[in-house]
Each structure stands twice: as C-alpha cells, then as structure tokens.
Design a protein around this ligand. Structure first.
Ligand SMILES: Cc1cc2nc3c(=O)[nH]c(=O)nc-3n(C[C@H](O)[C@H](O)[C@H](O)COP(=O)(O)OP(=O)(O)OC[C@H]3O[C@@H](n4cnc5c(N)ncnc54)[C@H](O)[C@@H]3O)c2cc1C
Length: 246
C-alpha cells in the first residue's frame, strides 16, 4: 500500500543530493520555495582524495567537507534533506507525483532530477528523452529543461562534463531557470550594497537584496567565525572506495 508521508508536498523536489542537487537547493530555498532533496546511495564526490580544482580554495579542500558545507548552506535557507530512493516520477495536474522505495508517495510542483546516470524513475515519461552514450543521460535544452514543463535535469545527468564545479554551476543555472519560470521574469540572486540600485532611483530587482554597511560587516564577521569552525579540524571521514575495489 502506498503511504503518504507527513510533509508530502513541496514546491520543489530535487532528486539526487550530490553537488548539482545541493547547489540547486541553495538557490530555490533562498528564494523562498519550499524545497526538499530526496537522495539515496553514496555521493560520488565522497570518493575524491583531495579536491584541487574547485575555485576559491587555493590549496584545495577536503571534498567531504565541501559536501557538508553545501548541505549546511542549503539547510540554512530552509532546504530539507530526506534519505529516499525515488522509484517513479509521474506528471500530474500542477506538478508531479513521486514514489519512493519505502512506499511513500509525495508530490511537487517542480522537479529537478540530479541523479548522475540513474534514469529508471523517469523512463517512459512522455517528453523525457534518455540518451545512451556508454551511460544514460537525460536530454535537456541549454537551460536544463526537459521536454516536460516543470521537470529539469542538472549536473552529470544532463551530460555535463564530469567536474564538481560544473555540476554545481549547472545545478545553480537550472534552479535560476526554474525561479525565472516560477516568477515570470528575469531573476538575479544578488546581495548588493545599500544604494546600488535605489541610489540610482531604480527599484531593487527580483531576487536582489540591498544591505547597509552595518549588516554587511555583521555578515562578514559571521562568515569568518563559521568558516574558522569548519576548518578547525581535519574531516573525520575517509574517501569512499569504488564499489568494485576490495
Ligand atoms: C574518485 C573520484 C574523484 C573525483 N575527483 C574530482 C576532482 O578532483 N575534481 C572534480 O571537479 N571532480 C571530481 N570528481 C567528479 C565529481 O565527483 C562529479 O562530477 C560530481 O560529483 C557529479 O555531481 P552530480 O551531483 O551530478 O552527481 P552525484 O554526486 O553522483 O549525485 C547524484 C546522487 O543521486 C543519487 N541517486 C541516484 N539515483 C537516485 C534515485 N533514484 N533516488 C534518489 N537518489 C538517487 C546518487 O546515489 C547520488 O548520491 C571525482 C569523482 C570521483 C569518482
């Protein structure tokens, strides 16, 4: 029997909680859309030994720490994470129904699929094209849209190059596409200094926040304190092995 979980509906469901999914969740949750990430299985980046090509870390960064940072950042904006394997997605009126391996049923208005090369749950949906190139990918346009309104694919699943920054960037791009379609116009998630727009007599654009100098300094101090805590100790987790390595 299908069970309906307590919080069964969200505006956005992101399937796959890797780099692409976490990045997308930061953007949709920051803009106030109720967002849930449904993910099962290990994260590919947990196998990396030391991540040396993600911009912003001159000496590289522990990839497991980066994953923690991205999840905590998404959660800070209200994004929820659930351990759930999605077995079936179906377009319904005003969104999608989402079945999981545990028998739960959920729904969402928008879905971002970010499951690397796992496509079984979208197989056969009218408007979704699966491309076979050694591995399976979901065909999208240049903004991550599939052929189904409200259904997007992000990261490696959308055949993006196999790099962390690209998966993260694409997750963000797809989320911004969704936000523009939801809001009906262009959208920049920016934080600007006070007066940047209003000082020129321009309304603050959708998605943009202006903050004054006191608030800017407060945020800077908080970020410095927070990052000192994250980087105070080495990460406890070892890199995960490839499943075929004994
Ligand atoms: C050993 C190794 C080292 C690497 N080193 C680097 C490096 O140095 N630099 C670099 O840029 N990149 C590196 N990468 C590549 C990088 O890890 C990937 O490109 C990136 O993590 C892809 O992100 P993604 O979000 O698209 O997919 P993933 O991180 O794979 O996330 C997809 C998630 O979806 C889950 N999922 C699948 N099916 C379902 C389902 N039905 N329901 C729910 N969840 C599901 C998966 O289990 C997974 O957790 C490395 C990869 C490996 C393996």
């Amino acid at each position: 029997m299908t069970r309906v979980s307590e919080d069964y509906h969200s505006e956005v469901a992101i399937i796959g909680g890797g780099v692409a999914g976490r990045s997308a969740g930061i953007f949709t949750a920051r803009h106030g859309l109720e967002t849930v990430v449904l993910s099962a299985g290990s994260l590919l980046l947990r196998r990396n030994a030391h991540l040396e090509n993600y911009p912003g870390f001159p000496a590289g960064v522990n990839s497991r720490l980066l994953l923690d940072l991205m999840r905590d950042q998404a959660e800070r904006f209200g994004c929820k994470f659930h351990d759930a394997e999605v077995t079936r997605l179906e377009p319904i009126e005003n969104g999608f129904s989402i079945e999981t391996a545990s028998g739960d049923s959920r729904s969402a208005e928008y879905v971002i699929a970010a499951t690397k090369n796992a496509t079984g749950y979208v197989d056969g949906i009218d408007g979704v094209t699966i491309v076979e190139r050694g591995e399976e990918f979901v065909e999208t346009d240049d903004r991550g849209r599939t052929g189904v309104d409200g259904l997007y694919a992000a990261g490696r699943l959308a055949a993006k190059p196999h790099q962390t920054i690209i998966a993260a960037g694409h997750g963000a791009e797809v989320a911004v596409t969704l936000l523009e379609e939801h809001g009906g116009g262009f959208f920049h998630d920016w934080v600007a200094p006070e007066g940047y727009f209003t000082g020129r007599g321009i309304d603050v654009p959708p998605g943009v926040e202006e903050i004054d100098e006191e608030e800017r300094r407060r945020r800077e101090r908080e970020s410095m304190k927070t990052m000192r805590e994250y980087f105070a100790e080495t990460h406890p987790d070892e890199p995960e092995r490839h499943p075929n390595v004994r």
